[in-house]
Design a protein around this ligand. Structure first.
Ligand code: PRP
Ligand code: URA
Length: 226
């Protein structure tokens, strides 16, 4: 089931069941306007990155909507009060390269987060994921982990990344992606039904080169100007 979620129209609170919630499609008009700019062929690299950053902030706000918090007693200039703190450390895991564009935007929202890196290249001929780098922190088991990649196409890269994170101890993972598609979502949830996916769009299909259509092209190339 695909559910749309607006940043202003809050859904009633329900017991968390990621298989029911996922994917969460952020349909807020601002998110869709930034995505539209990213999709346009005429949008140059610097503007593509700027729109990606704005959209990443919105996706992350949605991805953390149900994050566990705890009370924190603080002193304001006028009184003591009970505020809010995260219950667990936060780990951001961009999949290199394009995931870096998401991490750059999200880190200022959670400046104490740890940033892990997973290098996974999609083979141009087979579209199979080829892992080439991993730097993961030892706190994955106790953390809220956010896997970041703009594109969920065949789902191969995200599946491999999530498997690597689980093998390293991660228990609470959310996948944040800008554009997804039915084959990628189905392939991902078949292997990782426990991981909710937050996305700005579920596009129509993959083409014969496993690119998302209509999509936005190669996210890494557009983000970094290669
Ligand atoms: C792109 C994208 C995802 C992957 C999605 O990365 O950023 O990681 O492809 O495709 P999939 O769902 O079929 O695996 P790519 O491997 O092109 O690397 P890049 O970020 O270095 O350009
Ligand atoms: N990777 C991308 O960057 N774009 C696609 O459409 C598919 C994979």
């Amino acid at each position: 089931m695909r559910r749309e979620r607006s940043l202003v129209a809050h859904l009633p609170e329900v017991a968390h069941d990621s298989s029911m919630d996922s994917p969460i499609v952020v349909s807020h008009p601002l998110a869709q306007i930034h995505l539209t700019a990213m999709r346009q062929t005429t949008t140059p690299c610097a503007q593509f990155r700027w729109h990606l950053h704005r959209l990443a902030e919105m996706l992350f706000i949605e991805a953390t909507r149900a994050i566990e918090t705890q009370p924190l007693t603080i002193q304001t200039p006028l009184a003591e009060m009970v505020g809010t703190a995260f219950s667990r450390p936060i780990v951001l895991v961009p999949i290199l390269r394009a995931g870096l564009g998401l991490a750059d935007a999200i880190l200022p929202l959670v400046p104490d987060a740890t940033v892990a890196h997973l290098g996974i290249a999609r083979c141009e001929e087979t579209a199979q994921p080829v892992p080439y780098y991993a730097k993961l922190p030892p706190i994955l088991a106790e953390a809220d982990v956010f896997l970041l990649d703009p594109m969920l196409a065949t789902g191969g890269s995200a599946k491999a990344a999530a498997t690597q994170l689980k093998e390293a101890g991660a228990k609470r993972i959310t996948l944040v992606c800008v554009v997804s598609c039915p084959p990628g979502l189905d392939a991902f949830s078949a292997v990782h039904p426990d991981i909710p996916v937050v996305t700005a769009a579920v596009d129509e299909k993959l083409n014969d080169k496993s690119y998302i259509v209509p999509g936005l092209g190669d996210a890494g190339d557009r983000c970094f100007g290669t």
